[in-house]
Design a protein around this ligand. Structure first.
Ligand code: SAM
Length: 138
């Protein structure tokens, strides 16, 4: 299959050393990098897309989330796409995160914060229990 001018590959970023090992050994994932979404260990413009599935609310503060938005913007190439899936705040979410980090993002506020990081063409899709954000790097 024609993949275009350069080879496409997927890189997984994971904070936990144990989960990095699991990704490599149990799933056979390649290109697993241990690191913090708020300080991405990648070159600027390195990626065509970034996807954060149920990760952002695990960052320890609103400031760390905003740093992550800025970092994701930095590592995307112009026109690159960022997609985030997040849970809504609520009692079920809070119970599920007992003994775990939960810094819930309100959908509209998340949209504004992603815009403040420089993203445009932002689409917010809400569903029962959560929401999806899609945005493009300018
Ligand atoms: C609910 S899990 C979701 C994992 C995966 N995206 C999925 O959908 O199955 C949240 C993940 O975020 C990771 N995480 C927590 N803090 C992080 C950070 N600062 N940077 C990157 N990943 C982080 C956790 O280690 C955990 O693997």
């Amino acid at each position: 299959m024609e993949l275009g001018r350069r080879a496409r590959s997927v890189t997984s970023l994971e904070y936990s050393h144990k989960f990095c090992v699991d990704l490599r050994l149990k799933i056979g994932a390649q290109n697993v990098v241990q690191g913090d979404a708020a300080i991405l260990p990648f070159a600027s413009g390195a990626f065509t897309a970034a996807i954060a599935v149920l990760v952002l609310h695990h960052l320890r503060s609103v400031e760390a989330q905003d740093r992550a938005f800025a970092e994701i913007y930095r590592v995307l190439e112009p026109g690159g796409v960022f997609v985030a899936l997040e849970v809504d705040d609520g009692w079920l979410t809070r119970v599920a995160h007992f003994r775990s980090t939960l810094v819930a993002l309100a959908p509209k506020s998340a949209e504004e914060r992603v815009r403040a990081a420089g993203f445009s063409k932002i689409e917010l899709t809400s569903r029962s229990g959560g929401f999806r954000l899609r945005a493009e790097r300018s």
